[in-house]
Ligand binder design. Structure first.
Ligand code: GLC
Length: 526
């Protein structure tokens, strides 16, 4: 294991999550791509972020918008192909921004050559052994091998037709049927992942966000879920689909490759809420960082937020790793909407941006958060997330947080594309939310993010912990190791804040007579 520097770059970095379909469209087909991202790179420079997390751009039929990978070592033409990625990497590096990519090791696309070969091969053949094929239950094999459900709804198993046309075996897919789960007990699978890791690292990528890092390893006998039909993680520690101890070996394998690239980082997507279990992923020979979803799940409520922060800190400190922070991502409702929507939701999202950026450890900003974008209510006819179909139209899915970014102008598509037919329709009232409308407005969300990031950069140290200060029940007040104090009023009434003159570093909204209004946060220097 390679010794890391005491404070590697990622231990205090601000990451920008760039969802390529939605960031900027360079070729006018209504879908964002890497040419578009390159053309808009100065947005990230102005924002002051240290690194990008790029959602999957590999070759894919896009059944789950890139999380169904058909060739892990090439870039899809929809996004501009691998040359576009190389150009983006070059320009980002010149601008001092590192680029990390998504890695999807739990499953492939059904269009991956391995799966195509598996379907054309006999039950029990080596090609089937790369995936999780089983005979069905019952004398005719007509029932699924166990009662597992897919995270996207419906059964986690699909039955295939064998070469002679008769109904045959079943394969496991924890997500969409187009995303067959790999068999990580087959040595070909980790060997191929190692090739993929080195392929991108050698091209200048600075690390990976590991998709479903708590998946991959399954219990050998694939026991039934205690309660079939339970949604993702509702069963916690007793859900046999996730968090099986076999993932340890897989993450150690990933880490041993990364150790050959000491500057690179791995961030696991770990939907595990027991602190001790979470910390296991961050042992010194496993992942560097773990995505932490406590804040994403917390309401705008002082007690909930405090407990989310405490648990995040506790889990990370058990592992001796920096805690990570995020308010949203491409899978969850945008925070403006989650916190109540409208002006109230926006004020709360502004306040939470200051909490996020005050806390020690890396922060992840989902594209559009810096503009205060809300979730969008989309009509049924345009929904694309597989969740919508698989849930039998009971769950609308995640499209509402993936609507393209508005750049300029008063009309759709606000400079996102030259085509008005964007892959998800953009609301007609987003003119005031564009980057152009916000960039010179001192009271805009964009300006708040820029200032907060710039101030954070100037802080000598972020440290690893915070100290809670006594406060009213609806208020959160904490002091960071470098002396910065953050106070958030999540209550219903204004509260007095003893702010010495000239000590307010930044506020998310106007302060009145040394009182902090509801839905407002402030940074105070000591
Ligand atoms: C992760 C991704 C999500 C994707 C799923 C399956 O949770 O964040 O977008 O659908 O994995 O790959």
């Amino acid at each position: 294991m390679t010794e890391l520097p005491e404070d590697p770059w990622w231990s205090r970095a601000v990451f920008y999550q760039l969802y390529p379909r939605s960031f900027a469209d360079g070729d006018g087909d209504g879908v964002g791509d890497l040419h578009g991202a390159l053309a808009r790179l100065d947005h990230l420079t102005h924002l002051g972020v240290d690194a990008v997390w790029l959602n999957p751009v590999m070759v894919s039929p896009m059944a789950d918008h890139g999380y169904d990978v058909a060739d892990p070592r090439d870039v899809d033409p929809l996004f501009g192909g691998i040359d576009a990625l190389d150009r983006l990497l070059g320009a980002a590096h010149r601008a001092g921004i590192r680029v990390t990519m998504d890695l999807v090791p739990n499953h492939t696309s059904a269009a991956h050559p391995w799966f195509v070969e598996a379907l054309a091969s006999e039950p029990g053949s080596p090609a089937r052994e790369r995936y999780i094929f089983r005979d069905g239950a019952g004398s005719d094999g007509a029932g699924p091998p166990n009662n597992w459900v897919s995270v996207f709804g419906g059964p986690a198993w699909t039955r295939v037709s064998e070469a002679d046309g008769r109904p045959g075996q079943w394969y496991l897919h924890l997500f969409d049927a187009q995303q067959p789960d790999l068999n990580w007990d087959n040595p070909e699978v980790p060997a191929d992942l190692e090739r993929t890791l080195r392929f991108w690292l050698d091209r200048g990528v600075s690390g990976f966000r590991i998709d479903v890092a708590h998946g991959m390893a399954k219990p050998p006998d694939l026991p039934d879920m205690a309660e079939a039909g339970s949604p993702l993680l509702a069963l916690g520690r007793h859900d046999p689909r996730f968090n099986h101890d076999g993932v340890r070996r897989i993450h150690r394998g990933i880490r041993s490759v990364l150790d050959d690239y000491p500057d690179a980082v791995t961030v696991g997507e770990i939907w595990v809420f027991d602190n001790a279990d979470f910390a296991k992923y961050l042992r010194p020979d496993e992942l560097h960082l773990g995505f932490n979803f406590h804040l994403v799940r917390a309401d705008f409520d002082a007690a909930e937020l405090r407990s989310a922060i405490d648990n995040s800190l506790a889990a990370a400190s058990l592992a001796g790793s920096p805690p990570t922070w995020t308010l949203s991502n491409h899978d969850v409702e945008r925070e403006v909407t989650r916190y109540g929507g409208g002006l109230v939701g926006l004020a709360r999202a502004r306040a939470m941006a200051l909490v996020l950026l005050a806390l020690p450890g890396p922060a992840f900003i989902y594209n559009g958060s810096e503009l205060g974008l809300p979730n969008v209510e989309l009509p049924d006819s345009v929904l694309q997330d597989p969740v919508w179909e698989r849930s039998g139209h009971t769950e609308r899915g995640r499209d509402g947080c993936r609507v393209p970014i508005p750049w300029s102008g008063d009309v759709v598509p606000y400079g996102f594309s030259t085509s008005p037919d964007t892959w998800l329709p953009m609301p007609s009232d987003w003119g005031p939310l564009t980057v152009a409308a916000q960039q010179d407005d001192s009271s805009s969300m964009l300006t708040l993010y820029r200032r907060a990031i710039a101030l954070r950069k100037g802080r000598s140290r972020l440290g690893r912990g915070i100290c809670w200060l006594p406060s009213d029940p609806g208020v959160l007040a904490f002091r960071c190791e470098d002396g910065l104090t953050c106070v958030l009023n999540a209550g219903a009434a204004a509260v007095p804040v003893p702010v010495p003159d000239g000590k307010v570093v930044l506020a998310s909204g106007p302060l009145t007579d040394a009182a902090l209004p509801p839905d407002t946060a402030v940074w105070i220097s000591t």
